[in-house]
Design a protein. Sequence first.
Length: 386
Amino acid sequence: MAKEIKSVEYGLEKIFQGAQDFLPLLGTDYVEFYVGNAKQSAHFYKTAFGFQSLAYKGLETGSRDAVSYVLQQGKIRLVLTTPLTSESPINDHLRKHGDGVKVVALWVEDARSAWEETTQRGARSFMEPTVEKDAHGEVIRSGIYTYGETVHVFVERKNYSGTFLPGFMDWKSDYNPEPLGLKYIDHMVGNVGWGEMNQWVKWYEDVMGFENFLSFDDSQIHTEYSALMSKVMSNGNGRIKFPINEPAEGKKKSQIEEYLDFFEGPGVQHIAVATDDIIQTVAGLRARGVEFLPPPPQAYYDEIPARLGKHMEVMKEDIKALQALSILVDADEEGYLLQIFTKPVEDRPTLFFEIIQRMGAKGFGAGNFKALFESIEREQALRGTL
């Protein structure tokens, strides 16, 4: 953990003192999933995760090729999109990757400038700056490809007062289960292929002005059977954090290799969403059928006081309550954090969610890596993919 703390302190200093400002990002605007059945997927995310109906685009709004449902909870917006015809290129993505993240949309002040700056620095264009209008004003969007077939869309909405985007109508529904305390996206993790991590680290540095403020190698992230390497990229104001993983050599197949096999290429591995009360949030998610990874052994919870050290004096949560829900705990010099990971949310063992509560900690739970990956390996063994 000492290595992680040092990297965090050094990295944050670099970010706030020397980050480039050619691409100011205000936050995550939305995350768009391509899915096989958006109507049913929307019902799942409302029922299981507590998202609320927000906006809709489909046949009723004049969209003949695809339908999209927009859900919101806190500052998190999910867009679930399904093709309406066999000719739609979205089918190619679904056939190859299954349900998963296609678009990580970033909120910007100037979408034209964001596209020009990034494409000039080597990004491959996905969408040239496009003005979209309706009675509520205009939105400008542009986009670039990142790893695999994933894209970043830049969204400029300062001249728009509508619910979501032009082309969408308000989605009113009598069925809106109570939210479960999910506030915002803390970070999003991408998996890339063998030897590709440093390539994409450099891409985020050169193309988007990000900094690599935290790194883990296979000496830190390993179990008896598998290993991986990871580097965390962040923009200048720290609002956007993208860890990038690649596999490392081990005795058996790692979770990253399993993902790459079933997603059939690089892509978003998991979305970490923040809460202010992880015990209440996780208890609610479990009650609604969300499945989490198996719990770590008793020894893990017995060792928490030693692992947290001085932070035990201010820790508010009861360890027995955390153990009952299989919530993990870790600390750095700034504070502690609580986290838990769902099982994959679709049949292919690819995309999953992390629930995280930060109590001052800036890291990513390095002290939990061994327990987490052993839990994942137990699931891989059941799937026959370890």
